[in-house]
Design a protein around this ligand. Structure first.
Ligand code: ADP
Ligand code: MG
Length: 254
C-alpha cells in the first residue's frame, strides 16, 4: 500500500475574529493527498495561502478547522508537546533565509536537531548527511566562510539529519542566484528519487519544473495542478491564475 505521506481534509485557516469583517481566510477547505516519495511544488500569487498551507501541513500552525495527517497521525489532535516532538522527529524544514547559527560550524549546525531531541550527535551520522549534500570537506567551516548555495545545502543537511518523513521548503531557492538554485534543486530532486517526500513553495517556474506535481493556489484554495510540467507551462499557468477571476480559474482545462 502506497500510503500518502500527507493528507489534508477540509483544512481552513482563518485569522481574526470569526464571522467579523476583519476575518481573513488564508486557507479555505483544502483537501489534498501527497504520495510518499514525490516532489510537490506549491505556487500562487502573494497572499494566496502558500506559507499557511505549508505551516499547517508541517505542524507549525494549527488549522481553524479540518484535519492534517502525517502518515497515520492526525496533527490536529496532538497537544503542543506532542506536536513539538513530532516536528523534531518526523519533519524537516528549510527556509529562504538559511537560518544557520553563525557561531557554529557546519557540523555543529547539522548536529543541532539531534541535540534538541536529547541525543548526542554521532559524528559519522552528521558527516554522512554533509556528504549527501556534497559538503563533507566543509564540516569545520562556519556559515560566513561559505557561499549562499553551500549554506542552504548545510540547512538541507540539518533538515535531513533526523531522517524526516517529509521535507518542507518555503522558497528555499528564493535567496539564491540561478546557478546555485540549480544545485539545490538538483539535490532536492535526487533526494526525492531516493524516496524522500518534498513539498516546496516557490515563485520560480524553473524551480517548480523540478517537481513531479505543481499545485496552484489562489484565494486559499487549490485552483489547478500540473504534473511534470516544463518551466514554460508553469509560467503560462501562473499568468492565467493572476489575470482570470478565481471562479473562472477553477475551470481552466489541463
Ligand atoms: P503566501 O505565502 O501565499 O504569500 P500567506 O499564507 O502568507 O500567503 O497568507 C495568506 C493570507 O493570510 C494573506 O491574506 C495574509 O495576509 C494572511 N495572513 C497570513 N498570516 C497572517 C497572520 N498571522 N495574521 C493575519 N493574517 C495573516
Ligand atoms: Mg509566503
Amino acid at each position: 500500500m502506497n500510503q500518502a505521506a500527507v493528507r489534508l481534509r477540509s483544512v481552513t485557516r482563518s485569522y481574526g475574529a470569526r464571522g467579523t469583517e476583519n476575518t481573513v481566510t488564508a486557507l479555505n477547505q483544502v483537501s489534498l493527498d501527497i504520495p510518499r516519495g514525490t516532489f510537490t511544488a506549491v505556487m500562487g500569487p502573494s497572499g494566496s495561502g502558500k506559507s499557511t498551507l505549508l505551516q499547517c501541513t508541517a505542524g507549525l500552525d494549527r488549522p481553524t478547522s479540518g484535519q492534517v495527517f502525517l502518515g497515520e497521525t492526525d496533527l490536529t489532535r496532538l497537544n503542543e508537546t506532542k506536536l513539538t516532538l513530532l516536528r523534531r522527529k518526523r519533519i524537516g524544514f528549510v527556509f529562504q533565509a538559511f537560518n544557520l547559527l553563525p557561531a557554529l560550524t557546519a557540523e555543529q549546525n547539522v548536529g543541532l536537531p539531534l541535540r534538541l531531541a536529547g541525543q548526542r550527535p554521532k559524528r559519522s551520522q552528521v558527516l554522512g548527511v554533509l556528504e549527501q549534500v556534497g559538503l563533507r570537506e566543509r564540516a569545520g567551516h562556519r556559515p560566513s566562510e561559505m557561499s549562499g548555495g553551500q549554506q542552504q545545502r548545510v540547512a538541507l543537511a540539518r533538515a535531513l539529519v533526523t531522517r524526516p518523513e517529509v521535507l518542507f521548503g518555503d522558497e528555499p531557492t528564493g535567496a539564491l542566484d540561478s546557478t546555485t538554485s540549480r544545485e539545490v534543486l538538483m539535490l532536492l530532486r535526487s533526494m526525492v528519487d531516493h524516496g524522500q517526500t518534498v513539498i516546496m513553495v516557490t515563485h520560480d517556474p524553473v524551480a517548480a519544473s523540478y517537481a513531479d506535481r505543481v499545485l496552484f493556489l489562489a484565494d486559499g484554495q487549490v485552483r489547478d495542478e500540473l504534473y511534470t510540467p516544463s518551466a514554460e507551462q508553469v509560467a503560462a499557468r501562473m499568468t492565467t491564475l493572476s489575470v482570470v477571476s478565481p471562479k473562472a480559474g477553477a475551470e481552466a482545462s489541463c
